[in-house]
Design a protein around this ligand. Structure first.
Ligand code: AMP
Length: 401
């Protein structure tokens, strides 16, 4: 069974085609700059290794998905004889609110609910819904599945997800902590448990998804019991351009003292803060680490603040779970940066965490990096959200036929 996985953003569509017989990737690519001058499609057929870049106007998501469907059947670069080979489409959807504690086949009702959830995720859900709508029009007989970033965290207890605000805000407006990156946290925790020869249900695991967006999750007996992102993906760790946790009083202070409106403040907190804001160098951790090495003070403290906050969350989550068996690092920074992993876990021997400096040099591959006598196992596990979406889609569509 062949499955198309789509991740529709505001100006991009990322795609992968899986053959679920062996979970191999047949093709992957991205349509970028949708609705902006200079749009293009980057495509790679995985088996032949053939790559192509098509620079063409892509005014909207409809045209974008059409281009994906075309290239998948292309004589030279295609991987399908016909689009009918695609038996299901899986979508990454940012927000499932409380309505979707797990992945779902998308019918009329689910589609409406996903669109309605745009009130909680205005930057993401409208584009995810647009992708679903286009596929419905272009491939009306193909079942579609939505896999939500929030679902895995629906197991959080009230004490972890209710904000200390007037309770009506939660009941009337849905203001609570939801958490994101759930697909990634669940996937890497499962693989780490497998590496340990144990069941996730018997373990206390902390997963650190450190990429341009970053979040950290406490997984107790296979369930997310707390996570650092909250009502939006702005809360928690320091990120590429997002501030993470700050004193909320800073928001009205900026409004009053700078004369900024809410939108301007939101923009600064989301797009001009984090590694970029502190360092003034870049949102890319490679550039920031390099500048820090060269003695740039702001870059140095950017890395320190990033790591210090990861460390504080690890301490907090070990306390929340009453113990800790494993820590997992994933995503761009987590999989690659030995500096971040080292700094984040330094001085944690009192919790039974010891990193082996040699093993910590590993990159982008599944590896145990804790020293032999470390009570807590530490792993690098490359994440693969698309594969999880393909698996969930496969399972739901097969189960329904
Ligand atoms: P992601 O959002 O998961 O794609 O991760 C993006 C982040 O990973 C960026 O900050 C990149 O700088 C970082 N990253 C990717 N490769 C490396 C690397 N080799 N060393 C350090 N950071 C990296």
């Amino acid at each position: 069974m062949k499955i198309l996985v789509l991740n529709c953003g505001s100006s991009s569509i990322k795609y992968q085609v899986f053959d679920m017989r062996d979970e191999s990737v047949l093709a992957k690519g991205v349509v970028e700059r949708i609705g902006i001058e200079g749009s293009f499609l980057d495509h790679k057929a995985e088996i032949s290794g053939e790559k192509t870049k098509i620079e063409e106007d892509v005014p909207d998501h409809n045209t974008g998905v059409e281009k994906v469907i075309d290239i998948l059947q292309d004589e030279e670069y295609g991987v399908l004889d016909s689009i009918d080979d695609i038996k299901a489409v899986g979508h990454r959807v940012a927000h499932g609110g409380e309505a979707f504690p797990k992945a779902t086949i998308v019918g009329d009702e689910e589609f409406k609910e996903i669109k309605d959830l745009s009130r909680l995720a205005p930057l993401h859900n409208p584009h995810n819904a647009a992708g679903i709508k286009v596929v419905r029009e272009l491939l009306p007989r193909v079942p579609q599945v939505a896999v939500f970033d929030t679902s895995f965290h629906q197991s959080m207890p009230e004490k972890a997800f209710v904000y200390p605000l007037p309770y009506e805000f939660y009941k009337e407006l849905g203001i609570r902590r939801y958490g994101f990156h759930g697909t990634s946290h669940k996937y890497v925790a499962q693989l780490a448990a497998r590496e340990m020869g144990r069941k996730m249900e018997d373990l206390k695991i902390i997963t650190a998804h450190l990429g341009n967006g970053a979040s950290i999750t406490a997984i107790d007996q296979g369930k997310s019991v707390d996570t650092s992102m909250g009502f939006t993906p702005l809360e928690g760790l320091v990120m590429g351009t997002r501030c993470g946790d700050i004193d909320p009083a800073i928001v009205p202070f900026l409004q009053k003292n700078k004369g900024w409106d809410a939108e301007r403040v939101e923009n600064v907190l989301n797009k001009e803060s984090g590694l970029l804001g502190i360092s003034g160098v870049s949102n890319d951790s490679r550039d920031v680490e390099e500048a820090a090495e060269e003695g740039n003070h702001r870059a140095k403290i950017a890395v320190e603040i990033f790591c210090y906050r990861v460390k504080k969350y690890i301490g907090a989550y070990a306390a929340a779970m009453g113990g800790l068996d494993a820590i997992v690092f994933t995503a761009g920074i987590g999989e690659n940066s030995d500096i971040v992993r080292k700094q984040a876990l330094e001085g944690m021997e009192f919790l039974g965490i010891q990193v082996d400096p040699e093993k910590n040099k590993a990159r982008r591959k599944l590896a145990e990096i804790s020293s032999q006598d470390s009570k807590v196992k530490v792993f690098i596990v490359p994440t693969n959200e698309e594969l999880v979406i393909a698996r969930d889609t496969h399972e739901l569509v097969n189960g329904s036929s």
